[in-house]
Design a protein around this ligand. Sequence first.
Ligand code: G4P
Length: 289
Amino acid sequence: MSESQSIQWFPGHMTKTKRQIEKTLKLVDAVAEIVDARVPVSSRNPILHKLIQGKPRVILLNKADMADPQQTARWIAYYKEKGITAIAVDCRSGKGMNQFIPTVRSVLKDKIASWERKGMVGRTIRVMVVGIPNVGKSSMINRLSKGSKAVVEDRPGVTRNNRWFTITKDFELLDTPGVLWPKFEDKTVGEHLAFTGAVKDAVVDVEQLAARLIETLRELYPNALTSRYKLDGLDLSAMQGYEILEAIGRSRGMLISGGEINTERAAIAVLDEFRGAKLGRITLEQVRA
Ligand code: G4P
């Protein structure tokens, strides 16, 4: 069972994570916030920005291998305008990860210079990795730590069981203390996280979900739908998502006895293929040019 399935989001749980992060922030020099490059807004924790105010930060637009590269570049420019450094990474293959440590060092360059002036040359840089479940935290940490085990430490004055990973002799990562929640009370956020599979299908109606995904794709990447599912000749703009889903089932020959379309099978196919980037590299939350 994945984390997102097993977690009960209740206020006590959120308060605890918030407190753990507040306390642990004192131990780190910077925060690495991982988001899903396909849904960079919905995959953020709603209070993190306020929580880490004043801490140097790097945003990792992860799963960039599945996101629209043009949009990822726009997101990086968008953050840059706000004074935040963002980088595109693929923590599964490791692509882009070689930028991570140099980027953190560059974000911290004034601090590092001031340490050096005080004689602390080569002082260890400590970074907290934060992100909502399924965004790729473990993949990122595993890749950087090359699978070496976490050192569980109880540094003075902090919560027990902070998981520290030594990456190089002067660079350490701390896994998120607690579990960060998404802004799940927002319908679009819930939907987008369900599209990407961050929220599991067990809790949603797959046909309804696929129909909504189809409507979203029709707005943003109509050609991806038409070419993948051979829908040429149909006026998608005049159809409901569910009707397009039926057309996809028909086009794929997904029929049940009596010639009826197996829309559930079609829905599962659309969701799986979107999540596997078979429809191409797609970003559902976009920065307008
Ligand atoms: P978490 O610790 O934040 O909860 O996330 P985790 O690293 O477990 O990643 C969640 C899923 O996302 C995993 O897939 C992982 O392989 C995948 N993933 C992480 N980073 C990337 C990336 O940059 N690109 C792509 N394409 N996928 C990524 P899974 O299906 O749950 O597991 P598995 O099939 O990899 O075993």
